[in-house]
Ligand binder design. Structure first.
Ligand code: ADP
Ligand code: MG
Ligand code: ZN
Length: 513
């Protein structure tokens, strides 16, 4: 164990990323918690539904009252086995739960039921496609284990400015989440990726999310916490040196942040090491707004959780035939599915890569299923929606617009109700929570004027206002009609179809169209 330096570490500068990767070799470890979307909790019959009033989805079991006895949720075990199989893991023919003992108010029992040295799934891998300047490269990420556990409750610290416990007047605890099934998936140390480390970390979480989503066992929404990622990072002077001391940045809640958190930690640690200081083995907090991490809990002294096998639960022993049945029923792998969709959509390598990198494969697929063409679905998601989501600083699939909305916007464009510009305004409205596309068109008074009377009146006003131009058109100088079209469009605040206006004007002025 290290005793540390006595001198307080002085702040050091953040070296540029290029310098960091020239001087150090990063090692990563990713721990992902997936909240299962089972109807009931891990060890009791309480509902897992989100958003209920505090402490209404609780019972003696998940509150840990004396004398209550837990029972394992079979659906959760099935989900765990399927995740393990999809990750090419060995499925334990026999394993147990363990008690992890520690005190924290959000854990009503003062221990968490988890798995320790007998995880249900271990020793697997996941292939991840990394975009590089020389084209996509496939990297195999080793999976150490996937195990079952229960979630904790939620604490709300009231009265402070930061929402943290420091400075708060009091705290409230909501146990609705306590006991919801989680699967924790832990990678083996991931080395040899050098400067790609932040991109690899992001790609791994994205691939894992797609895989779990494909299994239909979780919503995998990072912002809502149904997929949470802890990012371990260490640096060493060269690829053949022993691993350096790692930090563990907790609860990084978007794909973008996974990449940013790894980048920042690499730079911060390099700054320390280059200044002759040491990296403290600790957990760190990620700050979405500033892109920084700050010190959390020290991990220099191994915490003693006094793990022991959970005496109130029987072992889990999945039968071989059942495991093989689940294996046979696994869905198409995300990478295979992506290739199939690329074919179906007629996208080039580059177009598909853009969709994948934007995390929009499912969004495009669902938009196509809702009736839009692949090209238009791609255009909206990677264009206007992505731009606005990015401005708001969140991932595409957390935007308040659905594939059905996007397909509807595109349909309105195709039927001539919306111009491209109006469609963008409708998307803005939907994303701002103003309702579905039709509601936004109504409320904002968007939509091309196709009412003939209104259109004709505007055409006549333009002809009256520009008699000289009108005369030229009457003489057959049809090129002059542009000025009249402009006047009509201005009159109707752009809400008319220009080609239709042109035809009407030429007709009105007796000129061949
Ligand atoms: P903890 O109990 O501290 O969370 P885990 O074993 O659950 O530890 O997870 C640690 C993660 O960090 C794993 O993904 C592991 O592969 C990875 N890891 C271990 N050592 C290092 C290191 N020196 N640098 C980076 N990652 C590491
Ligand atoms: Mg861990
Ligand atoms: Zn309960």
């Amino acid at each position: 164990m290290t005793t540390g330096t006595s001198a307080a570490a002085s702040p050091v500068a953040l070296p540029p990323y290029e310098q960091v990767v020239a001087e150090y070799d990063p090692v990563l470890g990713l721990e992902v918690h997936v909240e299962l979307s089972t109807a009931t909790k891990m060890f009791c019959g309480c509902s897992t539904a989100f958003g209920a009033p505090p402490n209404t989805h609780v019972c003696p079991v998940c509150l840990g009252l004396p004398g209550s006895l837990p029972v394992v949720n079979a659906a959760a075990v099935e989900a765990a086995v399927r995740i393990g199989l999809a990750l090419n893991c060995h499925i334990a023919p026999w394993c147990r739960f363990a008690r992890k003992n520690y005190f924290y108010p959000d854990m009503p029992k003062d221990f968490q039921v988890s798995q320790y040295d007998e995880p249900i799934a271990s020793d697997g891998w996941l292939d991840v496609e990394i975009p590089t300047d020389d084209g996509p490269r496939t990297l195999r990420v080793g999976i150490e284990r996937a195990h079952m556990e229960e979630d904790t409750g939620k604490t709300l610290h009231v009265g402070g400015t930061t929402g943290r416990i420091q400075g708060a007047e009091y705290s409230l605890v909501d146990y609705n989440r306590a006991g919801i099934p989680l699967i924790e998936i832990v990678t083996k140390p991931l080395e040899g990726v050098g400067s790609l480390a932040p991109v690899v970390a992001r790609a791994y979480v994205a691939e894992l999310r797609d895989l779990v989503r494909g299994l239909g066992v979780s919503d995998v929404r990072m912002e809502e916490g149904s997929l949470r990622c802890d990012v371990n990072v260490s640096l060493r002077p060269s690829a053949d040196a022993p691993y350096g001391l790692r930090t563990e940045t907790k609860n990084v809640n978007s794909l973008r942040s996974v990449e940013r958190a790894v980048t920042y930690e690499m730079r911060r640690q390099a700054g320390l090491l280059s200044a002759g200081q040491r990296v403290h083995q600790e957990t760190r907090h990620w700050h979405e707004d500033t892109g920084l991490t700050t010190s959390g809990r020290s991990k220099e002294q191994a915490e003693d959780y006094r793990y022991f096998p959970e005496p109130d639960l029987v072992p889990v022993a999945p039968r071989d035939e059942w495991v093989e049945q689940l294996r046979a029923g696994l869905p198409e792998q995300p990478s295979v599915r992506r290739r199939r969709l690329q074919q179906q959509w007629g996208f080039s390598e580059l177009e598909m890569r853009d969709v994948v990198n934007a995390g929009a494969v499912d969004l495009v697929a669902h938009t196509v299923a809702a009736g839009a063409s692949p090209a238009s679905a791609k255009k909206w998601w990677l264009g206007e929606v992505a731009r606005r989501a990015n401005e708001a600083g969140h991932d595409l699939d957390s935007a308040a617009i659905t594939p059905q909305h996007v397909a509807r916007v595109q349909a309105l464009v195709e039927q001539g109700t919306l111009t491209d510009k109006m469609a963008r305004a409708v998307i803005e409205g939907v994303m701002a929570g103003e309702g579905d596309p039709d509601a936004v068109v109504q409320a904002r008074g968007l939509g091309v004027v196709s009412d003939d009377a209104a259109l004709l009146a505007a055409v006549d006003r333009a002809i009256d206002a520009l008699p000289d131009v009108a005369a030229k058109v009457r003489e057959g100088k049809t090129a002059a009609v542009g000025a009249l079209i402009g006047a009509v469009m201005k009159d109707l605040r752009g809400q008319a179809d220009a080609a239709g206006v042109r035809a009407l004007l030429l007709d009105r002025l007796g000129s061949p169209s």
